[in-house]
Design a protein around this ligand. Structure first.
Ligand SMILES: [Fe+2]
Length: 290
């Protein structure tokens, strides 16, 4: 099993780097860590960066995952190979771009690119958002899956994720203590379904709700509260169909609770997605009418 420490970053291709950069800073509230001719890197916490937009095909996306023991990179590559997911070692130039000492690139069974990174850079510069969104940091992502049970097995057997809850077949998977670091949503193709940043308080969620509305940003779900993780949430539209989320109050499952923790099964119903009755716009979260 490849032991992951946490999600680390998201890389998103864009054919309009300027607009994507404006969205990340002026709307989401991230901080520019650095810019190059063909990419922009954004901070949300103490990490070097947690989001990168780069010149490229918007379908070109990657999730960075930090390896628990950086000495295990070769072993991890062998384990992915053995499981049927060949891994490629990142070049020196690619490592420099990502601010990591080393990484391997592979895919999950759906074809989502995963970059397993060793010794990613921390930043000595404090994060201060372009606007006061109350961001605590990048926290988790939703990932599209074309076969949820198959991909759940990949994440829990090849990697060390654990199921916190299911909504129908959609597994909410934890890696550290947070209720979910990766959520697998059934879809017809691969892709990053949403990118989550935690915010300091419920006030920050609501403040952003009014801010985003004033900027004509499309709200796609919420404000609401998830029955599964108990987080209060707000989802809104980002470039190229990638949805961004702020949330606060996400449940943690502490190490001492692991042994006796039982995942809860929720039905595929809007009530399983929001306590308060808000309905999602995202195609991956639609409930077919009877
Ligand atoms: Fe989320």
């Amino acid at each position: 099993m490849v032991r992951i420490f946490d999600v680390r970053y998201v890389r998103l291709g864009t054919d309009d780097l300027e607009s994507a950069t404006r969205f990340a800073t002026d709307i989401v509230g991230l901080d520019v860590a650095r810019r190059t001719a063909d990419a922009a890197y954004f901070k949300s916490d103490q990490r070097d960066h947690t989001l990168a937009y780069f010149d490229g095909d918007p379908r070109d996306q990657a999730l960075g995952l930090e390896l628990y023991d950086p000495n295990d990179l070769d072993k991890a590559a062998a384990e992915f190979e053995e499981a049927g997911y060949p891994a490629r070692l990142g070049s020196k130039e690619e490592c420099e771009k990502r601010g990591v000492r080393a990484f391997i690139s592979t895919t999950d069974p759906t074809g989502n690119t995963l970059e397993i990174v060793a010794r990613p850079f921390e930043s000595g510069v404090r994060y201060h958002g372009t606007r006061d969104a109350g961001i605590v940091g990048f926290h988790h992502i939703g990932l599209c899956t074309t076969d949820a049970p198959r991909d759940e097995a990949f994440w829990t057997k090849v990697l060390n994720a654990r199921v916190s809850d299911w909504i129908s077949d959609a597994a909410l998977l934890r890696i550290r203590t947070g209720h979910h670091a990766v959520a697998l949503f059934p879809a017809s193709t691969k892709g990053i379904q949403h990118v989550n940043h935690q915010v300091e308080s419920a006030d920050d969620v609501m403040r952003s709700y009014y801010f985003l509305k004033s900027r004509n940003v499309r709200i796609q779900f919420g404000p609401g509260r998830h029955p599964t993780s108990s987080a209060m949430f707000l989802y809104f539209a980002g470039p190229h169909g990638v949805v961004f989320e702020y949330s606060h109050g996400l449940r943690n499952i502490q190490p001492e609770e692991e042994a006796n923790y039982r995942p809860h099964q929720y039905p595929w119903d809007y009530n399983s997605m929001c306590y308060w009755g808000s309905k999602p716009e995202m195609p991956t979260l639609q409930v077919a009418k009877a």
